[in-house]
Each structure stands twice: as structure tokens, then as C-alpha cells.
Design a protein around this ligand. Sequence first.
Ligand code: KIV
Length: 277
Amino acid sequence: MPYKAQKTSPVSTTALTEMKQKGVKIVALTAYDAPTAALVDEAGVDVILCGDSLGMVKLGYESTLPVTVEEILHHVKAVKRGVSRALLVADMPFLSYEIDVKDALRHAGRLIKEGGAAAVKLEGGMEMAPVVKELLKVNIPVMAHLGLTPQAVHRLGGYKVQGRKPQEAEKMLTDAKVLEAAGAFAIVLECVPPSLAREITRKVGIPTIGIGAGAHCDGQILVVDDMLGMTESSLKFVKRYADLRPQMAKAVSAYCRDVREGGFPAPEHEFAEAAKG
Ligand code: KIV
């Protein structure tokens, strides 16, 4: 029987584990503003991530590295206003959690307390297990992120598929198990060969959410602007469900032409004069 999204009961981290156990796929998307979050939530998405992809998709940065806690917080607050059912996860920006666990607690705490997120996501393998444990001690659930971790773009030498070499694959599986043992409630697997994603998915009890990781993950996530065709991205793993950018460009060109040639505003866009007498 197809899974029917329940409009009323909010999605919890434990509900995601139950979905894995029942074989129900988890649907996740990013969102960065209230109206998009409301649209995505009403369409039945289970998890909304206010990701640090914000930096590249909305703020015009060349990578996710410049994104700050203040910037994510500003957008998480907006997303929160649009969400009623989905689990809202906030991304922890580069260097907001790696240097000092007290920073991690403070920054994650702000995303939950001020931003209204229900959980945070952070990138990295077993070295992040102590941070995951500390966050859990103060009741902040953590989504982990393995494979192509964009905050490590300079170490990785670019945005490349990860885990193709046997040692890399073995390390990623160990990382996943250690992060699960530390208490992470889910793991994003980004740009990973499908066979490795399947093995990790089978060997951990927590849900895996894939992006460029094939069909065997417990769920899928995409950047909403990519799947709606609002970005110029031509990433292999993105399926475009709409092609909005050319439509938007066409509409704006038509507006420019109308204003210049007197086609807008027309009489129907004008307010009536005050009645005389
Ligand atoms: O920042 C982001 O949007 C992400 C997802 C693509 C997983 O990390």
C-alpha cells in the first residue's frame, strides 16, 4: 500500500527509524524560506533541511564555507514559519562545531532554541562522534553526513564521488557505525557508489538519506532549487521535476518589454478615480 503522508502529526526522529524498519522511504528536501518550506511541507515531504547549500543556492557564495551561524539562523527561522509537519533539520556551518565542543553546543543550541529546528546536521566521520554525544547529552538530535562532505571540498580536491576505493569504502562503513553508536539518528550519504550506500544502509539501524547515492538508501534528499529547475546545475544525480528558471526568465523579459512599450500597467491594473461631487 502506498505510504500516505499524515498532515497532522509532526515527523519525529524516532518516526524516521520506524519508517526504515517498515521499509517506508523517507522523503527529504532543502528549503531556505517560509513560502517554499510551506509548499514542500504541504506536498508531504518528511524532512526539511535548511542546508548550508544556502550559501551557494541563495547567497551567491562559491562554496558552503563562508556560511555563518547567523545566516543559517536567519533562514531556519523563516523555514520554521512555513513548516507544520516535516522534521526541520538545521545545518551546522563550517567551523561552527569542529574546533571546540562548547562552540558546537552553543551554536546547535541557537539553531534549536532561536531557530526552532528539531535537529542539527553536521559533516564528518568518527572524529565527530564526541560532538554527537555531547549534543545528545543536551537533547539535541544529530543527523550525520558522510561521503562528499562539501565543507571538506579543499581536502577532497573538489566535488567528487567518495568511497570508490576499498579502503575509503571500509572507512565510510566504520564511520557510519561509530556515528550510529554515538547516537546520530540518521546519516546523509552524498555522492557514494550505490553498492556502498546499500551496504551501509543494511549494516546500520538508523536511516540513510541519499543524494547521489543510488536507490538503496532509506530515503532521498535533493536541493529544492535544483529539482525545480531554478538553478543552472547539471548534476548527474539531480532529476528536474520542473524547469522554472527559463519560465521565470521569460516572464521577467515580458515584464521589461511591457513596461518599456506601455503594455503594463493596463486600465485593469489602475485604481478608480475618486467619485466627483
Ligand atoms: O546543505 C545541504 O543542502 C546538504 C544536502 C544537500 C544534503 O547538505
